[in-house]
Design a protein. Structure first.
Length: 517
């Protein structure tokens, strides 16, 4: 049975199939689902394919295959151009082609200003509320507009009358408006915003707020992770656009002749795959090798952190709390090891370089301060791990420590839950993650800014009776399994279908007056 068969029969029923069977799905995202790169093997230069790593790309891949659709993304692999046709197209997956990946070529200047610039030094800090990291530079904005146009034109070129167009994330806020101007008015456009949406007081700091809202409101359906994000988006539209009419009860906005419906779709993970991998021989082999390599004794309690090296993840605050924990709880020295699995991210940006340096410095300091001949308090790895190895790491950890200062969702929390088995661990979860809205009741809630509070909770987690751990984890698993990645996609496609069937596209006479009172 293929992954898609499982998805359609077990997970999504007939919904995705029936919606998409007569449709052409076009996905547009900054990141591509497959990258071709050069690799040097035995003195020979070969092209290798990097498989989809993130949950979204891996999850969407079989759906796009089913529709034989098109995925439009930035071709950032160094061998990408060598395998595409003149139009930048390549059939993927390479092993069994099922759809077209349309790669867009971005110049260094475009990447610097659109990706490293506006996307990640304006929108990212703005939406996460890190205004001190905001860098408003004209060139960032110019190239963001330009690259959004490039994406939009590629989408419009590809679109047929029955296409369902799905934009992903904050890199492409302006593209929907341009696509809207080039396709028929019946075309259904939707977008999922994977990061938080800020309050109006924060959003208004951005001088381009109205253009961003104008771009996003060309979508028929706009998805966020949480109800809070939706409410904040509606407030921003109400305050930021004179011509927008917000229908609060139905969570939709009328603007420029159409409705944009705003809905929360909390994203999930491929729970069944993670659960299966967590018990696989590869997961066990990884853990044996890892504990051998790092001299971790079998009776040591393991606390785990898994993060991109991003200032929003609260890694430094977490390390501060761990340092204070070992200082105030000497009985846990040599008894508990913290593993930090990190991945380098957006390293051209000074704020990210600073995180990398601060994390390294803090870990060295803590290891020097508490380490003994037989025990290293913190083990740091930035190795690329296979999915099975990651599942093994989650499975073996007694506690997962998710301390984001702000996070749209945080899928690490859900992956950890999915990888638990017979001896479940404890999920410590920041109340400032989207995931906390769903998992907060059965996780151990932390406020990452409150160091002493986190220390107390680490102690609570490490000493929690097995029965309580099992009860909490059973509830967490029930949620993570039922609200998985496929349920997320299913709900989005189902909502799109319902809206296409029922939602009026224009504001009935007189409604505007009623709604604004
Ligand atoms: O959280 C938003 C997001 O775009 C994720 O979808 C993705 O995993 C992460 O940020 C990584 O970002 P980048 O594409 O910049 O490496």
């Amino acid at each position: 049975m293929t992954q898609f068969d499982q998805l359609t029969t077990k997970r999504s029923g007939d919904v995705i199939t029936s919606l998409l069977s007569d449709k052409d799905l076009i996905v547009a995202s900054n990141r591509q689902p497959y990258a071709h790169t050069y690799e040097q093997t035995d003195g020979q230069r070969q092209i290798v394919v990097e498989e989809p790593a993130g949950g979204l790309t891996a999850g969407l891949d079989p759906v796009v295959q089913q529709t034989d659709g098109t995925w439009i993304a930035w071709g950032d692999g160094d061998a990408d151009a060598a395998v595409t046709d003149e139009a930048g197209r390549v059939r993927v997956p390479p092993s069994d082609p099922g759809y077209t990946l349309q790669r867009l070529w971005l110049s260094d200047d475009e990447v610097d200003n659109y990706y490293y610039g506006y996307s990640n030094q304006v929108l990212w800090p703005l939406c996460h509320g890190f205004l001190a990291n905001l860098r408003l530079i004209d060139q960032f904005w110019e190239q963001y507009c330009h690259v959004n146009t490039t994406f939009a034109d590629a989408v419009a070129d590809q679109a047929a009358d029955d296409s369902l167009i799905w934009f992903q994330d904050y890199h492409l806020a302006l593209a929907p408006r341009r696509v809207r101007s080039q396709v028929s008015e019946n075309q259904f456009l939707m977008q999922f915003w994977h990061i938080p949406w800020p309050t109006w007081d924060t959003f208004r700091v951005c001088p381009h707020y109205d253009t961003l809202l104008n771009g996003l409101l060309a979508n028929d359906l706009l998805g966020f992770h949480t109800e809070r994000d939706c409410a904040q988006f509606l407030s921003c539209a109400a305050a930021g656009l004179d011509d927008a009419t917000v229908d609060w009860p139905r969570s939709r906005i009328h603007y420029d002749g159409q409705w944009a419906v705003v809905r929360a779709f909390p994203m999930g993970v491929d729970a069944s795959q993670i659960t299966r991998l967590s018990g696989s021989p590869d997961a066990r082999t990884f853990w044996q090798r890892f504990t051998n390599d790092h001299g971790i004794a079998s009776d040591t309690a393991i606390v785990l952190g898994v993060d991109r090296l991003d200032y929003t993840k609260g890694i430094i605050k977490r390390l501060d709390a761990l340092e204070y924990f070992w200082e105030t709880h000497p009985e846990w020295r040599e008894q508990m090891t913290y593993i930090q699995k990190a991945s380098e991210s957006r390293s051209k940006i000074p704020a990210y370089q600073a995180v990398q340096e601060e994390v390294t410095t803090a870990i060295e300091r803590i290891n020097r301060r508490f380490g003994t001949a037989d025990w290293q308090p913190i083990i740091y790895t930035d190795d690329m791990l296979s999915r099975a190895a990651m599942a093994g790491l989650y499975h073996q950890s007694d506690v997962a420590l998710v301390s984001s200062l702000r996070d749209g969702m945080n899928l690490v929390a859900k992956e950890y839950v999915a990888a638990q088995g017979d001896h479940p661990g404890v999920l410590m979860l920041s109340e400032f993650t989207g995931a906390h809205d769903q998992l907060g009741t059965h996780a151990v809630t932390i406020n990452p800014y409150d160091t002493e509070g986190v220390v107390e909770m680490i102690s609570t987690a490490l000493t929690m009776p097995a029965a309580e751990r099992r009860t909490r984890m059973r509830q967490l698993r029930e949620h993570v399994e039922s609200a998985d990645l496929y349920a997320w996609m299913n709900t989005i496609f189902q909502t799109a279908q319902t809206l296409q069937d029922t939602e009026p596209t224009s504001l009935p006479d007189g409604t505007e007056r009623l709604l604004s009172h």
